[in-house]
Design a protein around this ligand. Structure first.
Ligand SMILES: *Cc1c(COP(=O)(O)O)cnc(C)c1O
Length: 416
């Protein structure tokens, strides 16, 4: 860190966690509640807080840090790109931007004509997909005014992405939102077929519903959605923001079914913010023309260099195979525990249900024991560790889990 920046935060760097959290509460918006810890450094799958406590990071910044923390190649690529050319706007392009677009088209096995638009986040990628969907407008006689999404689906918090998101509590305070969105029960092919006709502009689907608690769709559902969308002339959009980039042990969870558009973000930059909307075939060229969408930061040289480095490491270290084997072992081990009633997910995107509604308390006890995990529901826990995590590291959590469950249960019984 430069001396100037170091001097600015020098005082803060010497404060304890509780003091820093008080400063946080006085200066940051309360939308996230109180953060669980103040983190100061990390390496691989480990992070440390301001009080010197060590944690095994089983969440990876919510399925983001594919290569863990402070990965040497990511660090050197980010710093050398910043030292060479940092930001240029989209009035210009750069070799890394072009290289990343080509790489994503290769990894998605995209047909001729397929195109990429870069964003800074998953929300923005879905926002771009929403605008693309609006351009599939139909005719004045037969307008396409409807968009179909899935119950329990999550697509982000900006107005368009929020309009696609199912949870009413997220949407209601901000209405009116962009209209025309309806939700059908996730995984029900007949319900989807009944809802989709030539008044539908697009169908939005997460191949595995992450925020809902890592809930998979039945086998064949994505292929059926493809057939239904094609028959109606609706765009099929897969939101792979959480599931993409090796998270499930495949490059993309939807592999084998080609959508009209796919959104990516979380794991793509290995921790550097970047998202993407990938459109397949002539989708983009028929719907979007010059000037109809834009971004200042999206696809800048540093972000695209970081994403290229992340994809390179996933490939050269054969992390997809590693994710498949470590994920399968972890799911098997979790399923043998008495406190676990159901295990879901693929690769290293795992959700599991507990025998009682103690997930939030268990997250706190896990933190005290040195494990970062997440509770997307009252009895559901989610694990999305770095793709580089070892089976041994995952094993330490499985070993600790029964005692954490007992402690969380005891706490909830005390309160009752
Ligand atoms: C996280 C997430 C988003 C939102 O991405 P941000 O980068 O937080 O804007 C959208 N869709 C899915 C499926 C996600 O998991």
């Amino acid at each position: 860190m430069s001396d100037i920046v170091a001097a600015d935060i020098n005082e803060l760097a010497h404060l304890q966690g509780t003091e820093l959290l008080a400063r946080y509460q006085a200066s940051l918006m309360g939308v996230f509640g109180t953060p669980q810890r103040v983190l100061v450094r990390g390496t691989g799958s480990l992070v440390w807080d301001a009080d010197g406590n060590e944690y095994l990071d089983l969440l990876a910044g919510i399925a983001v840090n594919a290569l863990g923390h402070a990965h040497p190649l990511l660090n050197s690529v980010a710093t050398s790109q910043m030292a060479t050319l940092g930001h240029i706007s989209n009035f210009f392009t750069s070799p890394t931007q072009i290289g990343l677009a080509e790489k994503l088209l290769e990894l998605t096995a995209a047909p001729a004509g397929s195109k990429v638009f870069f964003t800074n986040s998953g929300t923005e990628a879905n926002e771009a997909a929403f605008k693309l969907a609006r351009r599939n407008a139909g005719t004045p006689q037969k307008p396409r005014t409807r968009i179909v999404a899935l119950e329990q689906g999550f697509h982000g918090r900006s107005m368009g992405a929020l309009a696609l998101t199912w949870k009413q509590a997220y949407r209601e305070p901000f209405e009116p939102l962009p209209g025309g969105v309806e939700w059908v029960p996730a995984g029900d092919v007949d319900a989807l077929r009944a809802a989709v006709d030539d008044s539908v502009a697009a169908i939005f689907i997460e191949p595995i519903q992450g925020e809902a608690g890592v809930v998979p769709l039945p086998a064949g559902y994505l292929a059926a959605a493809r057939e239904i969308a094609s028959a109606a002339g609706a765009l099929l959009v897969f939101d792979e923001v959480q599931t993409g980039i090796g998270r499930t042990g495949k490059w993309f969870a939807s592999e084998g079914v080609l959508p009209d558009a796919m959104t990516l973000a979380k794991g793509l930059g290995g921790g550097f913010p970047i998202g993407a909307l990938v459109t397949f075939g002539d989708t983009a060229s028929t719907l979007l023309s010059a000037g109809q969408h834009g971004t200042t930061f999206g696809g800048n040289p540093v972000a695209t260099a970081c994403a290229l480095a992340t994809l390179h490491v996933i490939e050269s270290q054969q992390l997809l195979a590693h994710v498949q084997t470590t994920g399968a072992v972890l799911r098997e081990q979790l399923a043998t525990l008495d406190c676990v009633t159901e295990v879901r997910g693929e690769g290293l995107l795992i959700g599991f249900d507990l025998a009682a509604d103690v997930a939030p308390a268990l997250v706190r006890h896990a933190l005290d024991a040195g494990f970062i995990i997440n509770a997307p529901g009252p009895r559901t826990l989610r694990l999305a560790p770095p793709l580089i995590i070892t089976a041994e590291q995952l094993g330490t959590f499985v070993e600790a889990l029964p005692a954490l469950y007992v402690a969380a249960l005891a706490e909830s019984q005390e309160q009752a």
